[in-house]
Each structure stands twice: as C-alpha cells, then as structure tokens.
Ligand binder design. Structure first.
Ligand SMILES: [Zn+2]
Length: 271
C-alpha cells in the first residue's frame, strides 16, 4: 500500500512535469473507483493550468486556477507521467492529458483510490477536514504526542498508527521509529516518559524523511512491487527481519502480531 513517503515521492516526481501545464483533456476509462469520478471534473478541468501539487496525509491536491483535484492512491494505485499517446494498459483508469504531450496516468488495480473534484478549499473537504497533524509538521511534537497518549492504555505502536492522532505513520515506519527510539511496541502509550515521546517524534520524522529521500526523484524508482521506495528496504532495522541479527546489538529480531499487523522489535535495544 502506498504510504506517506511514497505519496510524497510521487508528488515530487511528477511536479516538474505537471506544474504550470494546461490540462488539455481528461480521459476517464473507469469512473467506478472508491467514489465515482465526478463528471463535472472532466469538463471543469480542461483548459486550466495546474498551479501547484500539495500533499495532505496521503491525499494529493492538484490546485488548478479554479478548483482542485483530490487524488488518493488507495491500496494499489500509482501515478505515472508518460506520453499521452502511449496505449493504456489494464487498470489505467484516468488520464490527465497536458499540453506538453505528456499525460498523468492513474492506475489502480483494486480501485480503492479516488479522483475527486472540488471548487472549495480542498483542505475543508469532508475527507480532509478532520485529518490529524502531519508527522513532519511543527504541530506534531513531543508535547502533542504526550497529550494524545495521556491516560491511554492502548499500545504505543497502535497510538502512532492511529490516523486520528497523526497521519501517515504506517506499519513499516512505526516499527522502525520505535526501534530507533528504543521503545517496545507493546508499551502502554500513557506510561511513556516525557523524553520518550520526544525521542519517538524525532525518530518518526527521521524515518519518514529517510524514506522520502530514498524514494528518489525519478518515477522509475517509485514503488517496487511490495510498495516500498526502492532503496529503503536495505536500510530497515527491524521490519520483516525476524530472526536476523539486530544491526546494533546482534540480538535476533523478534516478531509478534499486534492489532492484526506484524510488529518487529529488538528485545535488547527496545525497552
Ligand atoms: Zn538490538
């Protein structure tokens, strides 16, 4: 599933091909995505210039002169820049054709993604309005996380993966960040010390930034089949490393299932 770093990598990768380009046409081959692709978007977007591409959580916002496209990659979606004339493949549901002769092509085999349209402030859209803070924003700090965790018995890993607390910390990044902060995933969120919240926030930022960096700036490097930025896997410390030696202390990495997700940790480095 594309996670926040992959979405940010996508944004950076497509930006220079799309910004300040005028939309020549919109081709919808399959409107039945998670929500139906609105027909008014097809007409309204044509002839408009793309002013900016923003990201909020895992949503990409294409700001046109009048109105914004709200796009989510869902479970299996991807966006590619290619010649508009290239033949569509299976699951190439939407093309946004630009005046450069290139198009932005949205592919989504499972169709959990969406392409929506709004003429209001997209940040006020019902899907985005109540999103929690961005993990890389100043609002997400140790004080914020400590407050969110106060008196909660939920495990710390589940707290940081809760998109109502902070957006975009998926399973890989939560596991890795807890390792770097030296915190066991199962600890009760409300029982962490103040400095542990600070360390965890710092670790979440570091892990996400590293993932975004290693995602690279070329689209070719975006998402390999398991959904991780190409170069990131070799830098993982615990995720999917069960039984392998910890990169810091050589203790075998352990694994258990938590909230239906696999969790990985080093029994020695994490307390
Ligand atoms: Zn270790």
């Amino acid at each position: 599933m594309p996670e926040l770093p992959e979405v940010e990598t996508t944004r950076r990768g497509i930006l220079r091909f799309v910004r300040q380009r005028t939309i020549q046409s919109v081709i919808v081959r399959e409107p039945r995505l998670r929500w139906r692709v609105p027909t008014e978007f097809v007409n309204a977007a044509v002839g408009q210039q793309v002013r900016a591409i923003r990201r909020r959580g895992k949503y990409l916002l294409f700001d046109l002169e009048l109105g914004s496209i709200i796009l989510h990659l869902g479970m299996s979606g991807s966006l590619r820049v290619m010649p508009a004339s290239s033949a569509p493949l299976a699951h190439d549901h939407v093309d946004i054709v630009l005046d450069s002769g290139l198009c932005l092509r949205f592919n989504d085999p499972r169709r959990f993604g969406c392409v929506l349209w709004t003429t209001d402030d997209p940040l006020e859209h019902p899907l985005l309005k109540s999103l929690a803070p961005e993990p890389l924003s100043a609002k997400f700090d140790g004080t914020y996380l400590a407050r969110a965790a106060a008196r909660r018995s939920v495990a710390i890993k589940q707290l940081i993966m809760n998109s109502q607390i902070v957006v975009g910390v998926g399973n890989i990044y939560a596991s890795e960040a807890l390792f770097h902060a030296g915190i066991r995933p199962r600890r009760g969120a409300g029982r962490l010390r103040r400095e542990e919240f600070d360390a965890l926030v710092a670790a979440i930022r570091t892990v996400l930034r590293a993932a975004i960096r290693s995602g690279g700036t070329t689209l070719r490097d975006y998402v390999n089949p398991d959904g991780m930025p190409g170069y990131f896997r070799q830098k993982l410390f615990v995720y999917e490393r069960t039984g392998e030696p910890c990169r810091k202390c050589r203790t075998p990495i352990r694994h258990f299932v938590q909230g239906q997700r696999s969790t990985y940790f080093c029994p020695k480095c994490q307390r």
